[in-house]
Design a binder for this molecule. Structure first.
Ligand code: 5AD
Ligand code: SF4
Length: 442
């Protein structure tokens, strides 16, 4: 007898980074291609997907909290765990959450159609957990969520071994797409009306075209910036060790490449950087900052900071604060160190107390807030081009973003025209720590 169960509606919730957000766009496209229909709530769905993050313990706990919610009363509903927690915990998830039917890491998304068939034909538990792949997940079916900014993954996985980080374990070894396939996707995106592209990878700088063309990242960046119709190209994330001067040269030479670089430093202390196995010193990091400061256009710089890495002394921490002052970042993401499974740092002595981490995080954030107030005040009176991302009814302002990735909100006397997706010029009239306010000048 045919045991087929028809599981045809799905819901998906995504946690974590942009890479995950974009993976979900590709997963959604793949599911729709398999005849599934997306619904807006888990209640309506027969198949519920969680695309998960395990970068810090808090992110991971969110997922298990969601799974708990389905313990009772979810008869007939199937749950699939995707992403970094899936890869990290593997089949253990079935024990922790017996209502889960599928566990699949990002390196196995090419197998999703196959796994879905296995589920539909009555298999109770299906897995995609191999990291042994040289394939990337590419699909023409991607369902893009963001109407203005299109993401393109150029490299998957990570070959670094930062001592605090789960990513090499959850996303596997580095695999780059061919330059030709990236350009083909960028061209399609431009034809679909997008003007802004963000290139994604855990470490975009180590991109290397596997085709005979053998483009490096700077070359790829320049080529994407030349695609007809593309006005803005962004990229994230960069690793300082692989960040070469050619990237700045490419930005200098091609105005479509945005005036913004996200370059995670993690710590201002060379001693802590060594413990983190970051493969650069503070001085080497500052050399890269100097390249950016010497660029022809002013480049906004943002970073990631971890406080309370094992053994971080007060003096190390002071070095991080001094680095914030020295660089004058336009924005930062800052985190308390969170011990992660499988990582080298897990075994280190001298773990810092939660209380102390909280104290250091607050100091970092306060210091950075002052820096941003100063930085942004420098924009007063300037005219900036921004891409309009939408209208905020509460404030009556259009929301735009500058090439430097700064939010610039502005009023426009006649509100009758929809400016979403347009490029407008605005003069900055007010500056706060996190955004600018201006007046439209065209
Ligand atoms: N604890 C705290 N923060 C972390 N990050 C990565 N791993 C950890 C961890 N174990 C931060 C880094 C990285 C960003 C994406 O998350 O700053 O750049
Ligand atoms: Fe989270 Fe890192 Fe995985 Fe992104 S790659 S989802 S940040 S653990």
């Amino acid at each position: 007898m045919d045991q087929r169960i028809s599981v045809k509606t799905f819901y998906i919730e995504t946690f974590g980074c942009q890479m995950n957000a974009h993976d979900s766009e590709k997963v959604v496209g793949t599911l729709i291609g398999q005849g599934y229909t997306q619904v807006a709530t888990p209640d309506e769905a027969e198949l519920v997907f969680y695309n998960t993050c395990s970068i810090r313990d808090k992110a991971e706990q969110k997922v298990f909290h969601r799974l708990q919610q389905f313990k009772r009363g979810a008869k007939g509903k199937k749950i699939a765990v995707l992403g970094c927690v899936a890869q990290q915990e593997g089949e253990k998830i079935f024990e922790k959450a017996p209502n889960v039917s599928m566990v699949c890491g990002s390196a196995s998304y090419n197998k999703l159609p196959e796994l879905l068939v296995q589920l539909e034909t009555g298999n109770r538990r299906v897995t995609g957990l191999s990291l042994d792949t040289d394939l990337t997940f590419e699909t023409p079916l991607t369902r893009r969520d963001n109407p203005h900014r299109a993401y393109i993954t150029i490299i998957e996985g990570c070959d670094k071994s930062c001592s605090y980080c789960v990513v090499p374990f959850t996303r596997g070894p580095e695999r780059s797409r061919t330059g030709a396939s990236v350009i083909a996707e960028a061209t399609d995106i431009a034809r679909a009306g997008y003007t802004e592209i963000q290139l994604l990878g855990q470490n975009v700088n180590s991109y290397r075209d596997p085709s005979p063309a053998a483009w490096d990242f700077a070359k790829l960046l320049d080529e994407v910036g030349r695609v007809d119709g593309i006005r803005r190209v962004r990229f994230t994330t960069s690793h300082p060790r692989d960040f070469v001067k050619e990237i700045i040269d490419a930005i200098d030479a091609n105005p479509a490449l945005c005036d913004h670089v996200h370059l995670p430093v993690q710590s201002g202390s060379s001693r802590v950087l060594e413990g983190m196995r970051r493969q650069y010193t503070r001085a080497q990091y500052m050399e890269r900052i100097a390249w950016m400061r010497a660029a022809q256009r002013p480049i906004a710089i943002s970073t990631d900071i971890i406080v309370g890495f094992p053994g971080e002394t007060e003096a190390d921490f002071e070095e991080t604060l001094a680095l914030l002052d020295e660089v004058g970042y336009d924005s930062i993401f800052s985190f308390k160190y969170s011990p992660r499974p499988n990582t080298w740092a897990l075994a280190l002595a001298d773990q810092i107390s939660e209380e102390e981490k909280t104290r250091r995080l607050a100091i970092v954030q306060e210091r950075q807030r002052e820096i941003q107030i100063r930085q942004n005040a420098g924009y007063l009176g300037r005219v900036e081009e921004c891409l309009v991302e939408g209208f905020n009814r509460a404030t009556g302002q259009w929301m735009g973003r500058t090439s430097q990735n700064k939010p610039l909100n502005f009023l426009r006397r006649s509100a009758d025209q929809d400016l979403s997706g347009r490029y407008v010029h605005a003069r900055v009239t007010r500056a706060g720590p996190n955004s600018l306010v201006g007046e439209c000048v065209n």
